[in-house]
Write a protein that binds this ligand. Sequence first.
Ligand code: A2P
Length: 337
Amino acid sequence: MKTLNVAVVGATGAVGQTMLKVLEERNFPVATLLPLASARSKGQNLVFRGETTAIEEACPEAFSDIDLAFFSAGTDTSLSLAPEAVKRGAVVVDNSNAFRMNPDVPLVVPEVNPEALRTHQGIIANPNCSTIQMVMVLKPLHDRARIKRVVVSTYQAVSGTGQEAIAELRTQSSQILLGQPVKPEIYPYQIAFNVLPHIDVFDETGYTLEEWKMVRETAKIMSDETIAITATAVRVPVMYGHSEAINIETEKKLLPEEARAILAQAPGVVVVDDPRENKYPLPTQAAGRNEVFVGRIREDFSTRNGLNLWVVADNLRKGAAYNAVQIAERLLTDGLL
Ligand code: A2P
């Protein structure tokens, strides 16, 4: 089998670390692994497949011998280095927001729109974590009943912000329990024992960029501009796993049991929906798993064709690293790499 020289940019970060785990778990055909990070991490080691590997500083020349590069070091690093990697012959799967809405860049969830990969020109964008888990559930329902409108509220884990935010939630939690004062650094307010209706930056509409990502990326991935979507994105004091309350209105009536049956057949989706037994998806149970979990599927009695759903996934896995590795696997099997 073809093996590849693989770079992981942001290898020390929350997504990068998960990426290394997923590459190992999937037995991805890595010939050599090149972990890249900022100058701060140069010379440190990490272990991949039992072997100690030195972290190098990400710079254009680092990609000279690379076939495939996963980027998870933020938008600025992607903007400056992803084109350099492509120039040197690598295919890039980028986890940042840098290229997602570029019409020449496929934005892909492999269970939803793998065909978009066929036209790639070197960079493939991995969608926003909240968008990925939402479209995994919307697409099969849309195919059956045509979704007209979506109202979504998210409950997003701090790991989506990165390692420093994970540390901040830990520190603040213990400080508060010890009665000590807290000093917010990563978030504008205390995140421990709190809920912040603020993810990414606000624009002049009063919405945040995270909320607009869910609107715009969903239209692109589903190739459908006609679905009306509105989002409220909220950060909650959870380490791993994003949750979403999703309300949909469909053209054709979909009963909860029909939706349950459709979703039970959907690849990568697991239905956990037995309220009498207190069974519903939870971030603590989704953490460490690659699937998207859906439950609380029930009729919205306030409208004619409405459904409510509760969707949970590990934001570092299906929301980031696992989806990126799935993209690479698909590129390989389709001869696009
Ligand atoms: P480093 O650890 O050297 O700072 P997270 O999302 O968990 O905050 O992680 C961000 C990742 O992006 C880290 O691996 C970090 O490396 C990396 N990173 C940050 N800035 C740069 C940069 N300018 N060039 C390359 N990697 C960067």
